[in-house]
Design a protein around this ligand. Structure first.
Ligand SMILES: NC(=O)c1ccc[n+]([C@@H]2O[C@H](COP(=O)([O-])OP(=O)(O)OC[C@H]3O[C@@H](n4cnc5c(N)ncnc54)[C@H](O)[C@@H]3O)[C@@H](O)[C@H]2O)c1
Length: 353
């Protein structure tokens, strides 16, 4: 924690910590008293009947009432916090302490825009400190500033996932900054559309290096820190890695490779408690989609045609993917590894005959 404060994320954290340290002894004493009350109450009844069969009267009855009121209050607070965050069950109230706020750390590649950006927001809402790794310095720094303004732990590191030394240094920097690494999200990706024979070997290198070698490098250098926390890796692949449209063979090959890399790495890391999964987005409104639409003669018609071909009737939002990534990194997914989760509004479920 000292390291986090030394990292200098402003007086917000220092203040929160002071506040937390001052309130904590009282809160601990209060909770101990209540726990004692609960314990005595439960001891007074015939286990396994516990609370339901507690005596309606007797000297311990008032303690039981306090105990029950307290815990129904805790449950209500948790439900409220869950609603406020709109996420996957955060049990923390909005003014989290520094300790809670920086309790986990995630490294997200391609975090400056699109799915990566939405993922960073989602993780921050769930209490993670995030490292935003991207080649887009302008958007990356702007996101870092925006997240910090809201009191979140955020660090932008200029990272090109194609470069081994840069990847290693960025991960090292993130681990030094947060003191840990719980989740790696390999999201950075590019696509180029051409007929199979028209791709150049530069196209091949650009896509394979970004979409496949990048996740390999990040995973390789993140593993020692992930192993310490029994963390997770989530690779953002694509439906194109499972079934593909014309003019995208090289991207499809890179993403299919990423799915194979996911399964193989999951097997190798399982003995260390590190889970590795892949998410296959369908058509999602991001920078990648903007570039695709810019190539179309009628972008509005293209997007409404896409929406019609998707069983759920709409193109996906980056948050549709981010929520699944957050789930895969969470303890709720503790028994999921080597899996490919398709998040496409039903696109792949339909046979286009
Ligand atoms: N948008 C879709 O419809 C869709 C569908 C399937 C899969 N995906 C996958 O989702 C992931 C995210 O894409 P998106 O749609 O959010 O695209 P996007 O273009 O909006 O965002 C991609 C981000 O990756 C960064 N990036 C690109 N090359 C990089 C590199 N070498 N090193 C570091 N960062 C780099 C970009 O600067 C950008 O911030 C990609 O892996 C993509 O293949 C997207």
């Amino acid at each position: 924690m000292a390291r986090l404060i030394a990292a200098g994320h402003g007086s917000y954290h220092t203040e929160k910590r002071r506040d937390f340290m001052m309130r904590r002894p009282f809160s601990i004493m209060f909770e101990l008293l209540l726990a004692l009350g609960g314990f005595l109450t439960l001891c007074s009844v015939n286990i396994p009947g516990v609370a339901q069969t507690a005596p309606a009267s007797g000297p311990l009855r008032p303690l039981k009432s306090i105990y029950q009121i307290y815990y129904s209050g805790v449950r209500a607070t948790n439900r409220g916090a869950h609603k406020a965050y709109g996420g996957l069950g955060s049990l923390y109230p909005k003014d989290r302490s520094l300790m809670e706020q920086s309790s986990k750390a995630a490294f997200i590649t391609g975090a400056a825009y699109g799915i990566g950006r939405a993922t960073a927001h989602c993780f921050v809402r769930e209490g993670y400190a995030v490292t935003l790794a991207d080649i887009d310095e302008g958007r990356g720094k702007a996101l870092e500033a925006e997240l910090r303004k809201h009191g979140a732990g955020a660090l932008f590191v200029h990272t090109d996932v194609r470069g081994e030394a840069g990847v290693r240094d960025s991960i090292e920097r993130a681990v030094t900054e947060w003191g840990r690494l719980d989740a790696l999200v390999n999201n950075a990706g590019i696509e180029v559309y051409r007929r199979a024979d028209e791709f150049t070997s530069e196209d091949w290198s650009a896509m394979v290096d970004t979409d496949l070698r990048g996740p390999f490098l990040c995973t390789k250098y993140a593993f020692p820190a992930l192993r310490e926390r029994k963390g997770s890796v989530t690779n953002i692949a694509s439906v194109q890695g499972l079934a593909c449209e014309p003019n995208i063979a090289v991207y499809a090959a890179a993403k299919a490779g990423l799915l194979a890399l996911t399964r193989g790495t999951a097997l190798d890391f399982a003995p260390y408690g590190v889970r590795v999964n892949a998410v296959c987005p369908g058509a999602i409104q991001t920078g990648m989609m903007e570039s695709y639409l810019a190539m179309q003669s009628d972008p509005t018609a293209t997007i409404s045609g896409m929406a019609k071909s998707i069983p759920l009737g709409r193109v996906g939002e980056p948050e549709d993917i981010a929520r699944v990534v957050l789930f895969l990194a969470s303890d709720a997914a503790a028994y999921i590894t080597g899996a490919t989760i398709v998040v496409d509004g039903g696109l792949l479920a339909r046979l286009a005959l």
